[in-house]
Design a protein around this ligand. Structure first.
Ligand SMILES: C[S@@+](CC[C@H](N)C(=O)[O-])C[C@H]1O[C@@H](n2cnc3c(N)ncnc32)[C@H](O)[C@@H]1O
Length: 432
């Protein structure tokens, strides 16, 4: 119970909730307490009081859960990049599976207990990320945002990034003329693309530095290109990545998956679900296609493919990627427009077998929403595979689709972002 003078209370943590906070009790109210673990007994302080819950901060760990571990990063707790380093990898994954199960129970009234598989790690729990955006603090030190704030925590390391980021990249970055923001994209084979953002009048300092390079010399080993405020200043303005044997060109402004091992595992699951139940052929509709990741990965299984992507940069990369791919090239087209518009007016030539089609859907966090779900249900494709980065919006969309004649045939949780509270879920829906 809370001591109202000091807003301090003691509680057991029973589980983690969406966002990574631990769930405790403060009197009759639920208490959400970041940096705690299921099985902890803690003393906490209320920082915000709502009608049905309180947000609180950890004051003292009275008894630590056996699921705890020593956080591997010295910045953990202060830096907002990670939420769960105090939990073992296994405990993180178990909590993520529970959160997904509970979202489906609460928001879709579906019991997915028997269907749900994963997450199983497909790659390392540290050093898995292939991109990071850093911010400069007023003193010019690069870092990530502090937890719950827009202040920058200067970083000496980031354990989500490969070792070379700490050992080579950060020290080198500090030798460049200062920028306000930095985006680094790694190609997974030792190369990287660097985008700097800052005041226009500082560009000349960077150009001066680059002008000092002798012919054929790179600014840092592995650097394939540099941009300033999205304009190329040295080398290439894209990276080339290989995923499951397919090649993708990715520009600095296009979305691409941040964890290669996990996206390969998710793609393999998706292929095996479709191969189990679908005859080869028919139409693949790759909605929210990005640079064409799934259009290329699934090209062998379909005779016709349409990728739909509204971001001009990603759509341009998708055009390039499908055009260059041996399998996808002749049968795929890219439509650079919003999904909702495509669904109401697909603009495809010839006879379309919608009832035999397969939709692969990978929307941003807000998910599909009622109108897009209704449009999909109207076209009534045979199979829908949906990759989601938000279990709550996924559960809501699945409820809409199961209410329109689909049944849930598969549900697999992936841990694309170990040490963080992010959860990726792949579901397969089949028309009844
Ligand atoms: C989560 S990413 C998935 C990209 C791709 N499937 C992949 O795995 O690389 C979502 C993509 O949807 C695009 N997008 C967002 N809203 C959209 C909309 N209304 N219509 C079409 N594409 C949209 C974004 O630009 C982004 O490329």
């Amino acid at each position: 119970m809370a001591n109202t003078e000091s807003n301090i209370f003691e509680t057991e943590i029973t589980k983690l909730i969406t966002g990574g906070a631990g769930l405790g009790r403060c009197g009759d109210l639920a208490a959400f307490i970041p940096m705690t673990a299921p099985g902890d007994r803690v003393r906490a302080r209320i920082v915000r009081r709502k009608k049905a819950f309180v947000n609180a901060e950890l004051v003292e760990l009275l008894q630590g859960s056996p699921e705890r571990q020593t956080p591997p990063c010295p910045h953990f707790g202060e830096c907002g990049g990670c939420d769960l380093q105090h939990l073992t990898g296994e405990a993180q994954r178990r909590s993520k599976a529970t959160i997904v199960t509970e979202c489906f129970q609460r928001l879709a009234r579906l019991d997915v207990g028997d269907l749900l598989t994963g997450p199983e790690p497909a790659g390392p729990e540290l050093g898995y990320r292939n991109r990071i955006r850093l911010f400069a603090n007023p003193a010019g030190h690069y870092g990530l945002m502090r937890r719950g704030s827009h202040a920058v925590v200067p970083l000496e390391t980031c354990k989500q990034m490969p070792e070379s980021f700490t050992a080579e990249f950060l020290p080198w970055l500090r030798t460049l003329p200062p920028a306000e923001q930095v985006l680094v994209r790694l190609d997974g084979r030792g190369g990287f693309l660097l985008s700097l953002f800052g005041r226009a009048n500082r560009l000349r300092f960077l150009k001066q530095r680059l002008g000092e390079l002798s012919n054929g010399e790179t600014p840092l080993k592995g650097c394939v290109g540099m941009l300033y405020n999205n304009l190329p200043v040295w080398g290439r303005d894209y990276i080339v990545m290989q995923v499951a044997g397919k090649t993708y060109r990715i520009g600095p402004q296009s979305f691409f998956q941040a964890n290669l091992a996990e996206i390969e595992a998710a793609t393999a699951t998706l292929c095996s679900w479709l191969a189990e139940t679908r005859p080869a052929g028919g139409l693949l509709v790759d909605l929210y296609s990005g640079v064409g990741l799934f259009s290329l990965a699934l090209a062998e299984m379909f005779e016709r493919i349409v990728a739909v992507e509204s971001d001009t940069h990603a759509a341009r990369d998708a055009h390039h990627n499908v055009g260059r791919d041996k399998r996808a090239g002749a049968k795929a087209i890219v439509q650079d427009r919003p999904v909702a518009e495509f669904l109401s007016e697909p603009q495809l030539e010839g006879e379309i077998d919608w009832p035999g089609a397969c939709f692969v859907i990978d929307p941003p966090r807000p998910g599909l929403g009622a109108a897009v779900c209704a449009s999909i249900a109207r076209l009534a494709p045979r199979d829908i595979v949906y990759l989601s980065c938000d279990p709550a919006t996924l559960a809501r969309d699945v409820a809409a689709l199961t209410g329109s004649g689909y049944h849930l045939g598969g549900l697999r949780v992936f841990d694309f972002f170990p040490q963080t509270a992010h959860i990726e879920t792949l579901v397969c829906l089949r028309r009844q």
